[in-house]
Design a protein around this ligand. Structure first.
Ligand code: PMP
Length: 354
């Protein structure tokens, strides 16, 4: 049986967390003279609910995870940082991850002076299980996986993920930031089977709220309690909690955005494949396409000069010559294709001169 107490850092295990004024009184409406707030400028004068009770109840109903199994943070980036701080002893412990993947696992590890060991994905952008397990030793506390993966845009094989949940001795963190755009189901239902599993999701993608900074971690109540003990007391502000609640009332809007983005993903893929200078497009389960160009540097410069900003991934292992292109609105996508047609014309006129 997995023992979370054996994994958590000693100082965190014995930590007496900060108890805020809003944590201590739970009797509802009252005259609040306990938190040195300004009595004027309601409702912004009050500190937000540090436990985000109402918001977690709403998320719980949507995700079918009990509120005690939900952590909310300032983006899922906060959960990534807190997991490393709670479980990895600086200068001693390490985390395991894959290459290429989302950059923040390594950055958070580096900031916390925790070694990040990465196993290269296979040529099919799948997990190399023996290589991953070979990297692990008794100081490996966390395994970060991302599915659908950023930047390769594909889902990792479900059987491989389940195998790692069974065999990795530490926590397996599965980042599902892009899961709403995928044909594969979330592994959130596996929380019942694996007490070492943490699922990360976010309001920044399908829900269209990157600006409010709200991310979710789902895990056993024991793991969530540890994260809650070390977070800033008021890590999710009043405006964010309110805005999220308003947008959670009607999930059909989010669903219609997902449908449109998926339609546009197919439209963009077909339009891009018509260009002779597009060599390949990786199969995508996310809201972006990884596109391999003949001269990616030239395409990047051409688009940037016309104020169309895409992400250069050409130096990333396994992604040589690739640009990462987010699926925009229909108008934005048409403009992108129009601009690439212009690039194509200029290129062929230059080639014809020689
Ligand atoms: N995970 C992945 C895989 C991401 O690509 C991103 C952001 N691009 C995040 C997490 C961060 O999400 P958030 O906005 O919730 O911090």
């Amino acid at each position: 049986m997995f023992d979370i107490n054996a994994l958590v850092r000693k100082n965190i295990r014995s930590l007496v967390p900060y108890s805020s004024a809003r944590d201590e009184y739970k009797g509802g409406e009252a005259i609040f003279l306990d938190a040195n707030e300004n009595p004027f400028n309601a409702p912004l004068n009050r500190y937000p609910d540090p436990r985000q009770v109402t918001l977690k109840e709403k998320i719980s109903a949507i995700k079918k995870v009990p509120p005690a199994g939900i952590f909310l943070g300032n983006g899922s980036d906060e959960a990534i940082d807190l997991l490393i701080r709670a479980f990895c002893e600086p200068g001693t412990d390490n985390i395991i991850s894959i290459k290429p993947t989302y950059g923040m696992y390594r950055v958070c590890a580096d900031i916390n002076q925790v070694e990040c060991r990465e196993a290269l994905l296979t040529q099919e952008f799948q997990l190399d299980i023996p290589a991953l397990l070979n990297l692990a030793d008794e100081r490996s506390k966390l395994l970060f996986l991302c599915s659908p993966n950023n930047p390769t845009s594909n889902c990792l094989n479900r059987e491989d993920l389940l195998l790692l949940m069974k065999s990795f001795p530490g926590l397996v963190i599965l980042d599902e930031a892009y899961i709403d755009f995928s044909a594969s189901d979330s592994l959130i239902t596996q929380l019942q089977n694996f007490s070492n599993l943490v699922i990360l999701q976010t309001f920044s993608k399908a829900w269209g709220m990157a600006g409010i900074r709200l991310g979710m971690a789902f895990a056993s109540p024991e793991i969530i309690t540890i994260l809650n003990h070390i977070k800033y007391p008021y890590n999710v502000n009043i405006l964010t909690q309110r805005t999220a609640l308003e947008h959670l009332r009607d999930t059909t809007v989010k669903d219609s955005w997902i449908r449109m983005i998926l339609e546009q993903r197919e439209w963009l893929r077909t339009a891009l494949m018509n260009f002779t200078f597009v060599r390949d497009i990786l199969p995508s389960d996310a809201n972006f396409l990884m596109v391999k160009f003949d001269h990616s540097g030239e395409v990047l410069a051409f688009l940037t000069a016309r104020k169309i900003i895409v992400r250069d991934k050409s130096k990333v292992p396994l992604c040589e010559g690739c640009l990462r292109i987010t699926i925009g609105s229909p108008e934005e996508n048409k403009l992108l294709i129009g601009t690439l047609q212009e690039y194509s014309r200029q290129r062929s006129s230059v080639i014809n001169k020689f």
